[in-house]
Write a protein that binds this ligand. Structure first.
Ligand code: LAC
Length: 364
């Protein structure tokens, strides 16, 4: 089902409930004002629910590993779609996790249905597909080191999407995410607005966390921004970070800020080094769910996303983290921020690394 059809379904649901509301008021008439008001309030509630609930009918997460499962839990709990599919080459594992996630969601009062399996046909009718499949890096490896394993996996998934869910918006999460997003976009007819990646929401969350730790202030009041490739050369833009609308430099010294920048750049590696058996999964899961929420509700949020650049920041033929307007249709706009000379140099350094990684992918 494409988005226009989803809207048609929502419109019909609203219409049906509106007509029930009118019949309810008529039915309540003989019971006096009490009866009418009861049906009026119940009807308004149902119409509002029909209009405002999740706009995604079917969402598939390909890859039922720890990140896919963490994202699934939030997506199902928050009813961000009606039907959630967990797909994995290990079909029974996906089925088991789907049951577990579904039962947890039911406990939270959610009506999202969750199914699992391995068959590509499960993608049929998906409006949004999140790709988390592939191997995570091991301690000491860079994200690019898992390219040779994850590239053929992504290629196969894109083939399945093009066959079974050709109109689906695609959110790439598997690493190396910049390279794989570029690849996915080049394999899809939908363009960069509908095929993009997640990295910056996670990197920004990490930076907010470190700023909260260093200052002792509530993370709620912290706004932050990380651009560039999802690697150790990512670009935390400290000039755009604020706490309660006050620039960060008001509270922290240059040395403290530099420490936060370094820790953010290596945030994924820090967790991997400690866990040893696997990389981060909970925060990436929340980051995915935030992007899905922005799409499902058409919120027009400004979030960093891995986007194919078409001249922005002086770059083409590359995908990397930039601030975007995330709307119902996907990326509605890439926001080009004015960078000072130092920021532009950091951005270029990060972009050059991604260019090398993409060249390696193309040569393989
Ligand atoms: C991280 C991996 C998931 O940054 O890319 O934790």
């Amino acid at each position: 089902m494409n988005l226009a059809e989803v809207f048609a379904v929502r419109r019909d649901a609203v219409k049906r409930r509106w007509s029930c509301l009118r019949s309810g008021i008529a039915f309540g008439w003989p019971f006096g004002h009490g009866g009418q008001y009861f049906f009026l309030y119940a009807g308004v509630f149902l119409v509002a629910r029909a209009a405002g609930r999740c706009l995604v009918n079917k969402l598939t997460i390909v890859g039922a590993g720890l990140v896919g499962e963490a994202a699934a839990q939030i997506i199902a709990r928050d009813e961000l779609c009606r039907e959630l599919v967990l797909m994995d080459v290990q079909g029974e594992l996906a089925q088991g996790k789907a049951l577990d996630v579904w039962q947890a969601a039911v406990e939270s009062g959610s009506d999202t249905r969750v199914v699992g399996g391995s068959m590509a046909e499960l993608l049929q009718g998906s409006e949004l597909v999140v790709i988390t499949a592939g191997v995570p890096r091991k301690p000491g490896q860079s994200r690019q080191d898992v390219l040779s394993i994850n590239l053929p996996i992504l290629d196969g998934i894109m083939q399945d999407i093009n066959r079974h869910a050709p109109a689906a918006t695609v959110l790439v999460v598997s690493n190396p995410v910049d390279v794989l997003t570029y690849r996915a976009c080049s394999l899809s007819p939908l363009g960069r607005g509908r095929v993009f990646g997640q990295a910056g929401v996670l990197d920004t969350a990490r930076m907010k966390c470190f700023i909260a730790e260093e200052t002792g202030f509530s993370a709620r009041d912290i706004t932050a921004l990380v651009l560039g490739g999802h690697g150790d050369s990512m670009v935390p833009l400290m000039r755009y970070c604020q706490i309660g609308s006050v620039p960060l430099s008001h509270f922290l010294t240059d040395e403290q800020i530099e420490r936060i920048v370094e820790r953010t750049r290596k945030g994924g590696g820090e967790i991997l080094g400690l866990k040893k058996m696997g990389s981060a999964c909970d925060a990436p899961g929340v980051a995915i769910a935030q992007m899905v929420d922005a799409i499902a509700h058409g919120r027009n949020r400004i979030l960093p996303a891995v986007a194919v650049l078409e001249g922005e920041y002086g770059r083409t033929g590359i995908a990397m983290g930039v601030p975007c307007v995330l709307a119902q249709e996907g990326i509605a706009r890439v926001i080009e921020l004015p960078l000072d000379a130092q920021e532009q140099a950091m951005f270029d350094h990060s972009a050059d690394q991604v260019v090398r990684d993409i060249a390696e992918m193309q040569a393989s």
